[in-house]
Design a protein around this ligand. Structure first.
Ligand SMILES: [Zn+2]
Ligand SMILES: [Zn+2]
Length: 265
């Protein structure tokens, strides 16, 4: 039998509905703020389970996931009913959704989990639904960043944490074996490094690489123990206490999928 939501649960849910995604430490402080009862915020996961039990009949769920940028944990409010980008159709026109799908194609096909604005602009010429001008493309990309579907850094676009948490099933269905989970945390990996042993080929998120090699000095693949030829990234959020330095002679190439087989549509 599901436990009833209190005023605190309702307030927390309202904030989740407005922001879509919140960082773990913010969630903790929110619960402290929402809960008058000091014991109620002791267990964040339990607190969220109570809300999730109430959300289930509406095919909604609050889910946890990791940011590929800084390795921090986030909670996102996920619509479980839609298994496609059509979940965004109330906010985006058909050609805008097509542009978003094409951007995801570029990101999945890339070596480093990102798509350049130039490549996205180029594929806007081949939109089937309705062509877009350069200005329109830029406007849509800005909105996708604002709505937390994409991240942008110096003209390169990556999938946001919200996008990966919320679109996980869609991405697995569409891209199948073109996408791989991270060997360390088992979430889908885009901004990652890949083992170069063809027998192995595991992928590991950049923050997961940073954490793993903090306690493993030998540059060996965690799965097959072959030489790990990539530069070990430094976690920004933990960089103050970071001791592991990039190795000399390491090739700074976060590698992606070698295979570019036909994806299922
Ligand atoms: Zn990982
Ligand atoms: Zn390996």
């Amino acid at each position: 039998m599901a436990r009833p939501m209190t005023e605190s649960h309702r307030r927390f849910l309202q904030i989740m509905m407005t922001s879509g995604i919140i960082e773990l430490s913010k969630a903790k402080s929110l619960i402290r703020h929402c809960c008058d009862d000091q014991s109620a915020h002791a267990q964040l996961d339990e607190f969220i389970d109570v809300i999730n039990a109430q959300l289930q009949p509406m095919f909604m769920q609050i889910r946890k996931g990791m940011s590929e940028d800084d390795g921090r944990q986030y909670y996102a409010l996920v619509n479980m009913a839609e298994t496609d980008v059509t979940r965004m159709s109330s906010d985006y026109a058909d050609n805008e959704l097509e542009l978003f799908r094409k951007t995801m194609d570029l990101i999945v096909d890339s070596e480093n989990g990102s798509a350049s604005s130039t490549d996205i602009l180029n594929c806007a010429d081949s939109l089937q639904t309705k062509k877009m001008k350069k200005k329109e493309v830029e406007h849509v990309l800005n909105r996708l960043v604002q709505d937390k579907w994409l991240n942008e850094k110096q003209g390169d676009y990556t999938m946001s944490t919200r996008c990966i948490i919320e679109m996980e099933q869609y991405i697995r269905n569409v891209y199948q074996d073109l996408v791989k989970p991270c060997y360390m945390c088992h979430s889908l990996a885009f901004q990652c490094q890949m083992c170069e042993n063809p027998e192995c080929g595991i992928k590991v998120h950049l923050p997961c690489v940073a954490r793993y090699f903090k306690s493993h000095i030998d540059p060996q693949c965690p799965a097959c123990k072959e030489y790990w030829p990539h530069e070990i990234p430094v976690l920004r959020s933990e960089s103050a206490s970071q001791t592991a330095q990039p190795r000399e002679n390491a090739t700074p190439t976060p590698s992606g999928s070698h295979s570019r087989r036909q994806r299922k549509r």
